[in-house]
Design a protein around this ligand. Structure first.
Ligand code: F6P
Length: 327
């Protein structure tokens, strides 16, 4: 690999709060090391189409506090094809770009790994997704903000739930992972938390609700991860409980994409700033095919492929805490 002079940065897949802070960090670090930085609009699709912009330390002013991504994001079907990747490579070469920083989740990293293998093009990943489902980092950018958004929303639902003595099923995002559900559930004091990693079972759910009714609770909140494997979606779950426990007045609230928006938390801004610096330092040193992450409050690197395949484990202790708290 030769000397790295010009680095492209993109945001890809589902956006997450703090992506702008990560872009800012990448751009400022490039400026610090006198490297050119190019922003790619709309992820891999923009790369295929050559939708590029020059980014300098000054034109990313005032974005650290903004949700969303100034570079826009997309999921590109064309990049999944060899023809699409060939076009993307040509665009990078025609623009003299020597390396690529991808801010995104596992789908975006998969694209980066394939691209690197095909064209030996330097790629560095920065984990940006609310789902927190990436190996090699305790936190992905946006996860902390999404948790706070979910807790804030559930707190509000609690107010109305308790006024009407109702049972609420609240669905949170997370795709196939239960990190948002588990942590927001504990943080918001949910009665039960249903996550894909642990199938509680419908009988246990009913038992638990009967028990809490008997213990004098008049309203309850059940947090359900969107990827929960109980075999029923959140509306079917609510119906099932209503059928089996007519004494409950049940409602459903799906938090949805509001969890992806909003001002990033301080934690996410600091995380994004730290990971962006390391990403550029690694690529300049010709260390590529890595993901930059955080472990024990230290910035570390993980093989990009391992970041996708390494799996993600839920914290079992939190499940126990949740059980005890619902007494
Ligand atoms: O990966 C982030 C995420 O918000 C998931 O939690 C969710 O399953 C998915 O993206 C939703 O995707 P879309 O925005 O395409 O509906």
């Amino acid at each position: 690999m030769g000397k790295i002079n010009k680095i492209a940065v993109m945001t890809s897949g589902g956006d997450s709060p703090g992506m702008n802070a990560a872009i800012r960090s990448v751009v400022r670090t490039c400026a610090y090391y006198s490297k050119e930085c190019i922003g790619v609009y709309r992820g891999y699709q923009g790369m295929i189409e050559g939708d590029f912009t020059t980014l300098t330390a000054r034109n990313i002013n005032n974005i650290i506090n903004k949700g969303g991504t100034i570079l826009k994001s997309a999921r590109s079907d064309e990049f999944r094809t060899p023809e699409g990747r060939k076009k993307a490579f040509k665009q990078l070469k025609d623009n003299n770009i020597d390396g690529l920083v991808v801010i995104g989740g596992d789908g975006s990293f998969t694209g980066g790994v394939v691209f690197n293998k095909e064209y030996n093009f330097p790629v560095i990943g920065i984990p940006g997704t609310i789902d927190n489902d990436i190996f090699g980092t305790s936190h992905t950018i946006g996860y902390d903000t999404a948790l706070n958004t979910a807790v804030d929303a559930i707190d509000k639902i609690r107010d109305t739930a308790s006024s009407h003595n109702r049972l609420f099923f609240v669905e949170v995002m997370g795709r196939d992972a239960g990190f948002i559900a588990l942590n927001a559930g504990v943080g918001a004091g949910a009665e039960e938390i249903l996550i894909p990693e642990e199938n509680l079972g419908l009988d246990r759910l009913l038992e638990s609700l009967v028990k809490s009714r008997k213990s004098g609770k008049s309203s309850s909140i059940v947090v359900v991860a969107e990827g929960d494997k109980s075999g029923k979606n959140v509306f079917e779950l609510a119906e099932y409980v209503e059928e089996n426990m007519p004494e409950y007045d049940v409602r459903v609230s799906v938090l949805g994409h509001m969890q992806r928006g909003g001002t990033p938390s301080c934690f996410d801004r600091v995380l994004a700033s730290r990971l962006g610096v390391k990403a550029i330092e690694m690529i300049i040193e010709n260390k590529t095919n890595l993901m930059i992450g955080l472990k024990n409050n230290t910035v570390i690197t993980t093989d990009l492929e391992e970041a996708i395949t390494g799996g993600h484990e839920i914290n079992k202790e939190l499940l126990r805490v949740s059980d005890i708290m619902s007494t």
